[in-house]
Write a protein that binds this ligand. Structure first.
Ligand SMILES: [Zn+2]
Length: 275
């Protein structure tokens, strides 16, 4: 099993650009140490310069063993605040120690913190690759860290039109018309429009999002009624779509390409949200 060399020349290191400076580290560990240093800076305390180090060709302080720093396998963060030999409990707050634990949990135990070592070795500034870690383990963690965020599941498909008897909505834009009991794909589109653009209505309509089934019954009537009341069409009662409600739906972007209507839709949604 491949392991990283214990000692490499400075020239083989990758210079990690982190907030405030540069940390030279072994190339294979660059993604992990970058993640660690940036999260430390953001969730524990700002990186302190001078006071952060990576590669250094030296032995462990007080011994003849080669330090992990000589292989670019260790970094020190905010050294002046967290000197070697001083218990981490004295130089970090409890929330800071919790935050460090949360960061290290991202690396499946590959990175150990000197702050967990017993006296006199304890070393709050120091983070290093665990003894015996293999390149395969490092690559597995790196792959997970750099994977794109999971994509949300696709929205449920529209129900099959089977059973629709029509008539569906008629006309288009400000000429859109329709009445209760209409059914078909355009009623389904109207329901989807309410579900996707005005999901907050559910809080005043029993808690459930509108069903997208293509049938204009009581439920669709209530959402149309709510849309009318919030769009300056108080006469809307959910029984039909007349000129005023059609104009409001058109303004809100119903059956218009999102690219064209987007800003208007968003403005409309924002106005609704403010009420
Ligand atoms: Zn160190």
């Amino acid at each position: 099993m491949t392991r990283l060399p214990a000692r490499i020349p400075r020239a083989q290191c990758v210079d990690l650009k982190v907030p405030g400076g540069v940390l030279p580290v072994a190339p294979a560990l660059a993604p992990i140490f970058l993640d660690l240093a940036v999260r430390f800076h953001e969730t524990v305390e700002p990186l302190q310069w001078p006071g952060c180090w990576g590669w250094a060709d030296r032995t462990i302080k007080g011994s003849t063993t080669i330090s992990k720093h000589a292989g670019g396998l260790a970094i020190d963060l905010c050294a002046p605040r967290h000197p070697q030999g001083v218990p981490a409990m004295r130089t970090f707050t409890r929330p800071q120690i919790t935050a460090i634990g949360s960061i290290l949990a991202r690396y499946d135990g590959l990175i150990e913190w000197g702050g967990t070592w017993d006296l006199p070795d304890t070393d709050g500034m120091h983070f290093q690759l665990r003894d015996g870690a293999t390149l395969a383990e490092i690559l597995a963690v790196t792959a997970r860290l750099t994977a794109p965020a999971p994509t949300p599941p696709p929205p449920p498909a529209a129900p099959a039109p089977a059973g629709w008897t029509g008539p569906d909505l008629r006309g288009a834009g400000p000429g859109l018309r329709g009445e209760r009991n209409a059914n078909g794909p355009r009623v389904a589109a109207l329901q989807r429009f309410f579900r996707d653009i005005y999901p907050a209505y559910r809080h005043e309509l029993g808690g459930q999002l509108i069903t997208v089934d293509g049938w204009w019954g009581d439920e669709t009537g209530r959402w149309l009624d709510k849309f009318g009341a919030r769009s300056g069409v108080p006469q809307a009662d959910g029984e039909n779509i007349g000129p005023a409600l059609a104009a409001a739906l058109h303004r809100a972007g119903f059956e218009r390409r999102l690219s064209a209507a987007r800003s208007r839709v968003l403005g409309h949604v924002t106005r609704h949200a403010r009420r």
